[in-house]
Design a protein around this ligand. Structure first.
Ligand code: ADP
Ligand code: MG
Length: 358
């Protein structure tokens, strides 16, 4: 069943259109991540679902009911913000129970619900503390607790982890996923961080400029990006993208970059025609070392970085720059030449004019 539906939703602030005709459905229990660069409209979309922002055109439904005209409190949602928005003069118990008291829930019921949420989040020992006496991670947990006690149909998260340091962010990410596995509440989670999107989502909605670029499971987006934008946005380090076109060379077809270097093409019958401006995409992790393969290319090493687990090479390839990541330890000196072969099954081609996959 569709838990949250967006049907041709648009939004304008005065004369400025910021959301264009966005449609998608979220299944009951699904964890959907909306990801995209700053300013692409993530918060605006989420706030429209929450009822904090008026919808200019289109419709939003929650649990099969159109909610366009409903106040936030009548939508059966709970939202967690980036800045926690805790009441500083209330202790944790009162922060978590605030909305229940407003809704007139009976006291014993409030205590049961708050204590259950506190147990889920490990907040039991902190119920008497004030926000200033908590760490950033603990405050974020209280903000989530406040959402959980309401037992809503849908959780909405707007970049809830971006104020936390890197280590805590990874830990809280795991907590939110654990929480979702336990409660199975339908969730829309907004982030600009593609790693968060990849690791947390059942499905990712990639937004750019107020439009949906692509919707899919994380590995679908990684394996088969529909556009240059998604290709460059998903994956770290990001995909190498080289401008050029297909040419005939000695009885076979190859890709020649604008800088005049040659790359082998994937074994496909439906390759685009010669002389169409294209972009050749290959992820840093999809090269193999060695000169023995017929499809090997030679690059000029500029920088070698070893993290212990892997070696990252930044190299020149004609006028282009290529990044490659290997599991091997590799002491390639700057200025030396390195032979490596792209995995041809993992080469992506895009039409340069439209930006679309071909
Ligand atoms: P994101 O959350 O993806 O960073 P937002 O949804 O906050 O992006 O903003 C999307 C666009 O809408 C931006 O260009 C932003 O400047 C604009 N915008 C957001 N809120 C308002 C507002 N209240 N009035 C005018 N423009 C706004
Ligand atoms: Mg935002």
């Amino acid at each position: 069943m569709v838990a949250v539906g967006l049907e041709r939703v648009s939004k304008s602030f005065g004369p400025v259109d910021v959301i264009h005709d966005v449609s998608f459905g979220i299944e009951e229990g699904e964890f959907v991540v909306m990801v995209g660069p700053s300013g692409c409209g993530k918060s605006t979309l989420l706030r429209m679902v929450a009822g904090l922002e008026h919808i200019s055109r289109g419709g939003i439904s929650i649990g099969g009911r159109i909610v366009n005209g409903l106040e936030p409190k009548d939508r059966d949602i709970a939202m967690v913000f980036q800045n926690y928005a805790l009441y500083p003069h209330m202790n944790v118990f009162d922060n978590m129970s605030f909305s229940l008291r407003l809704a007139g829930v009976a006291k014993p019921e409030i205590r049961t619900r708050v204590e259950r949420a506190a147990d889920i989040l490990g907040l039991r020992p902190l119920l008497e503390r004030y926000p200033r006496q908590l760490s950033g991670g603990q405050r974020q947990r209280v903000a989530m607790g406040r959402a959980i006690v309401r037992d809503p149909k849908v959780f909405l998260f707007d970049e809830p982890l971006s104020n936390l340091d890197a280590k805590l962010r990874v830990a809280m990410r795991a907590e939110i996923m654990g929480l979702h596995q336990r409660l199975r509440t339908t969730t829309i989670y907004v982030t600009h961080d593609q790693v968060e999107a990849m690791t947390m989502a059942d499905r990712i909605v990639v937004l750019q400029g107020g439009r949906i670029e692509q919707i899919g499971a994380p590995l679908e987006l990684y394996d088969r990006p529909d556009s240059l934008f998604v290709a460059g946005f998903i994956g770290s380090p990001s995909m190498n993208l080289l401008d050029g076109r297909i040419v005939d060379a000695g009885g076979r077809r190859v890709f020649r970059t604008d800088g005049g270097r040659v790359l082998p093409l994937p074994p496909r019958a439906d390759l685009p025609g010669n002389d169409v401006p294209l972009v050749y995409g290959i992820r840093p992790e999809h090269f193999r070392l060695g000169a023995d393969a017929p499809e090997a290319i030679e690059v000029e090493v500029r920088l070698t970085e070893m993290t212990g687990a892997e070696t990252q090479i930044q190299a020149g390839f004609g006028q282009d720059r290529l990044v490659a990541v290997f599991r091997d330890r590799l002491g390639a000196a700057a200025g030396s030449t390195l032979a490596m072969a792209p995995d041809l099954d993992r080469v992506h081609l895009f039409d340069r004019a439209s930006g679309l996959r071909v």
